[in-house]
Design a binder for this molecule. Sequence first.
Ligand code: 16G
Ligand code: MG
Length: 564
Amino acid sequence: MAESDFTVQYGDDIAKAAKHHARPDKSKPFAYGTAGFRMNADLLDSVTFTVGILAALRSRKLQGKTIGVMITASHNPARDNGVKIVDPYGDMLEQSWEKHATELANTPTGEIKQAYERIAREVFKSENKEEAHVIIARDTRPSGKALVKALTDALNAIGAKYVDYGVLTTPILHYLTRATNTQNDSHPYGEISEEGYYKKLAAGWKTAMQYKKPEGSLTVDCANGVGADALKKFLKHMPAEDDESGGIKINVINDRTDDPSVLNEKAGADYVKTGQRAPESFDGKPFERWCSYDGDADRIIYYFTETGNVFRMLDGDRIATLAASFIGNIVEKAGLGDKIQIAVVQTAYANGASTKYIEERLKLKVECTPTGVKHLHHVASRYDIGVYFEANGHGTVLFSQNALRQIRKADPQSPAQLEALTTLQALTELINQTVGDALSDMLLVEVILAHQSGDGEHSIAKWFTTYTDLPNRLLRVEVADKNSFTTVPDTAERKLQTPEGMQGKLDELVAKYTSGRCFVRASGTENAVRVYGEAASKHEVDNLLQSVEVMIERGEAASRVDQH
Ligand code: 16G
Ligand code: MG
């Protein structure tokens, strides 16, 4: 008997159920990208059905471990939706499986049984009778419910067990996936419930904030998304506002989750970051702390105004530098400086000034990866403590098993060491270890600012002045075919391979500007290329980016002529 000659169950049931979630004949090819599948919600029914099949296959392949499926389109408009798979420890679906997701999504409905069996044979290698386990959550989009139905129809057909957690933030679903799979470990990640997540974060906060009281208040713009519900539930677990140990006043705004038309509208982390402006409803007083979540609460951006209404933004780079500097400091204070190595992971979008600050002032290693959380997360997990953030506000801090062990077994020699160790231990509870998490990142920032305040200066203003960003701009350029823009492998998307000759021209342009840097990459989520540039002055950046845009448009025009 050939190795692949084993029975694969459920093919007929899948074929039958698939008829109710048929792939539209004329759809464009679907691709599982950096954010899973994401598009207009009307196109997602068949895709979500096939994601159910793949999630069950993945669970069976991993001895019945629980796989997460999240239905969300993050910061996109309410008409869009998306679906992505979460691996057992809360990280993104292993990259080698993305092609199976893409293949299933593109299989004509009449051929789904064959495609399913072929993939099952390829991944299983021998007969597999494991029980499959999947957990599900969705954001507040109206289309979410029907997509969950498509998903559970597939899970029923393939004989998988599942739990539908209803409406949750993306990071809570990641938390639940990891908590479920670590229940029998010596250190389970947390209780398997939404409540368990809030309790874990609140406990970490209380320990980290013993005897500290944050200055002033914090206002949170929830983008009218699911983060609003989560934050309100979480606040019930927090100390009273006037408590001298960790009491904090948090105002929740843009919390209209009952009205889909306002989701991410003129609000939220993406609106603030891309436009470098406050949300429309902003009415903060000078130096008041504000932050914005995105639509599924896995990104966060901080900001404030200075006297005279000058807007100041603190993005993912700023959170990374703040966290790396604070954690580096307490690791030293805890006497663990020689046992725990810290690194910071960024993408090419990180402001050059932040990279310089981390390398030269903090003396920490910086790694640069391609865009997309899965890349950053992967590299960060190689270090004892890996701080990773995209400039757009998505990131977290990972503690390795070694770091956790060192922190647990350390024997404090002084009250100062004990305090540092207690805070460090609390941070390992407070910081989501699975994925970027707006709520958890917000608490991290607040803990750090509270620890650093007390010298009369506003803590947020002090944070802003640690270094000065290089003026920068991000352009989106529409092109006929974004796939004609490829980057050289291992350059973290900083050098173009094709169109041929374009990188040479780009280098010549950049060389004309003081502290100039610029790169062009195809977007992973839209049919466009993105151009990021920075230089010593705003005028120079504008100039540089304009020249690059002209260069790309000329290239496009030339290739149109070639094709005729
Ligand atoms: C996705 C990524 C985000 C990245 C963005 C880039 C995840 C969970 N999300 O939203 O991290 O910054 O794509 O979009 O990985 P782009 O390729 O269109 O520039
Ligand atoms: Mg998001």
